[in-house]
Design a protein around this ligand. Structure first.
Ligand SMILES: Nc1ncnc2c1ncn2[C@@H]1O[C@H](COP(=O)(O)OP(=O)(O)O)[C@@H](O)[C@H]1O
Ligand SMILES: [Mg+2]
Length: 349
């Protein structure tokens, strides 16, 4: 291990109670490991770095956190939660609780989480600031599905608030009102959330990782490519593309540095930093874009606290810039320690 820590930190790692990883991966299948890979990678790596680490499984009881804070007095809470009490949107409330407890934590602040997790609200803010986002409409649960004539096909239908391509398949791209209604109702029924239908942006799939609080840095723009996509299938990151290793092999999914012209790369870095500020993000984030053949960039969504598994897009794009996994996790913790929730004011004018 070449990485040397300066100060040994007491780190409590907040994870979903079903994702507290075992000490070793021996004897487990690829599929089993995938479930808690991020949790395992983070916990085992910061332990190996020499920090004192305490995993903390959570479902719906905040008391577990206050007890851990009292008994263990962590310097930092490493936040790997993506939901609380089964709701993806509730993770922001846990972070609010950490702020109320004056407990330093890693990753994004509550306001940034709230804005970014709503795929419509974030687009409204960005379009006010003239950043290109797909045209969209929200279809609420228990309301009639009626499309405004301004919203033109093809459209992509997804959950307003779910993450990780949940509810996204080839059938998410729709070309007429009947299919739109069908897919919106599918989202309502299957996921129990409101739906958003967006103008489908034909193009390349580009991700940009950022890290920082007041000042931020971008990592190498990354691209998701499907080398053996069947003729006519849309190149979108469906649930299977993201999470099914056998399917990934079959259609040749690779993620790699995006080859862009220097001008486009500069523009991407500039826009990404603006978006990060405008959405009040802090800690680290990954922005998902589509890039059209005529060089237009559209932001699809901002992901605060993106997946930090070893070998996932975020850490790979950092590694491409010479940042080792240990350095990345250390930096995330250092940023959490220095973040001052009282003094941060972001956004635009
Ligand atoms: N408006 C759109 N145009 C083209 N593709 C889209 C659009 N919205 C979503 N997608 C595809 O679906 C994937 C998942 O959508 P995204 O909004 O990033 O949701 P998630 O939070 O599930 O990652 C994207 O990475 C992209 O491939
Ligand atoms: Mg996404």
């Amino acid at each position: 291990m070449s990485f040397q820590i300066k100060n040994r930190l007491r780190v409590v790692v907040l994870v979903h109670e079903n994702l507290v990883p075992p000490e070793t991966l021996e004897g487990l299948s690829e599929k089993q490991i995938l479930e808690f890979k991020t949790e395992y990678d983070v916990i085992s790596t910061i332990k190996r770095m020499g920090h004192d680490v305490q995993p903390l499984g959570l479902y719906s009881d905040l008391g577990v956190i206050s007890t851990a804070i009292q008994d263990y007095r962590p310097h930092i809470a490493f936040n790997l939660l993506e939901e609380f009490h089964g709701y993806p949107l509730f993770d922001q409330h846990v972070v609010s609780y950490l702020e109320l407890m004056r407990q330093p934590y890693t990753g994004c602040n509550p306001r940034g989480l709230t804005l970014a997790h709503d795929k419509a609200l974030s687009k409204q803010i960005l379009s006010y600031h003239r950043i290109s986002v797909p045209a969209f409409a929200v279809f609420e649960m228990n309301r009639k599905v009626k499309r405004h004539a301004r919203l033109k096909f093809p459209l992509l239908v997804k959950s307003l608030t779910e993450e990780g391509s949940v509810g996204i398949a080839r059938a998410s791209v729709v070309n007429d009102d009947a299919k739109l209604k069908e897919r919106v109702e599918f989202i309502h029924r299957q996921l129990g959330t409101h739906a958003i239908a967006e103008q489908y942006i034909e193009g390349r799939e580009i991700y940009v990782g950022l890290i920082g609080n007041q000042k931020m840095q971008t990592y190498a723009p990354w691209e998701l490519v499907m080398q053996n996509l069947p003729e006519g299938a849309p190149n979108i990151a469906t649930l299977k593309v993201k999470w099914d290793p056998a399917y990934q092999k079959k259609i040749g999914v690779v993620t790699q540095p995006a080859h862009l012209t220097p001008d486009l790369e500069k523009k991407l870095v500039r826009i990404s930093k603006r978006i990060y500020r405008l959405l009040f993000l802090s800690g680290y984030a990954r922005l998902d874009y589509r890039l059209t053949s005529d060089g237009q960039l559209y932001l699809l969504e901002a992901n605060p606290n993106p997946n930090v598994a070893h070998g996932d897009d975020f850490s790979d794009s950092a590694a491409h810039c010479g940042i080792s996994y240990e350095q990345l996790l250390q930096k995330i913790m250092t940023l959490g320690l220095s973040y001052n929730s009282m003094s941060v004011r972001r956004g635009g004018n």
